[in-house]
Design a protein. Sequence first.
Length: 359
Amino acid sequence: MNDSGLHYRTFIILLVIVTLAFGRLLLPYYGAIFWGAILAISFMPLHRRLLTLLPGRPNLSALLTVLLVLLLVILPLTLLTGSLLQEGSNLYKRIESGELNLGGYFEQIVGALPPSLHASLERLGLTDLFSVQEKLSAGALQGSKFLASQAVNIGQNTFQFLIGLGIMLYLLFFLLRDGSPLARKIMTALPLSTEHKQLLIHKFITVVRATLKGNIVVAATQGALGGLIFWILGIEGPLLWGVIMALLSLLPAVGAAIIWLPVAAYFLVTGDYWLGTILILYGVLVIGLVDNILRPLLVGKDTKLPDYVVLISTIGGLTTFGLNGFVIGPLIAALFIAVWDLFPSATQERSDSQEDALR
């Protein structure tokens, strides 16, 4: 092995080591860094528009964009989270005191069913009312207890939260201001052809913007509509159920129906046919229509990902990365498909270069 080859391999080893060490250093705040980068990509068009209105003042343009992110994104989310945790704490107290009993609701449903369905329930193992009631009550208690505990944790970890928020906003400012030169450095460092680099960067930015824009708009719209109908129908905890429907709306095809459909079924089997019919019609024609119209326009159209890929990658992302996964999952899936689409052309380029070298 000649000296140049040895030096190059040593440098690559050193590069890998320091990169892994730097990644480990940033790991405790990966969420803040991730969302700083995601928000920078999403709000870069707005920053550029402000820059045209304020030529030669990139610092002011970036600062105004950060302030808009605070007002339009972070402040509403903070207020919503506080209200959600408060409602979750109240729900936990009601379940713990026995004022709210989901097992009792289940017993009402089973009692209202016709005898012909009892055999089917027996085959499914749902005739042991006491056991099912215990499981439902325990599950509801654990869920509401989790929300209550999160309220306590947030209060105890306020300092940690503020540090993460500060890192995110600080990083957002500099990514907005210096994003273009940084993107050019990344493009230069990637050992790929110019065409492949441009395609992958374009795919990355497109998927991030489409997924964030589409999922957030669809989830917020469905959650708001679901919470509204629950409030109109007098169902307790409309804010809590609306937020849960919004989170479930991140999953294509199923989404908010996981919440409103069982409630509609409860109304129907317990004799509230009018409320059950209203909720079903509203869920299908209003909440469901939002998903069927907005999601393909805002997500599928730009990412060009099939619905089943979006569903599987979203579930996998949420399972692996938590709430951050609703962006990370589809992003990895889109890059996976893009890289494999490029594989034949990359292989052909390699074959052509080898043939040229042999001539």
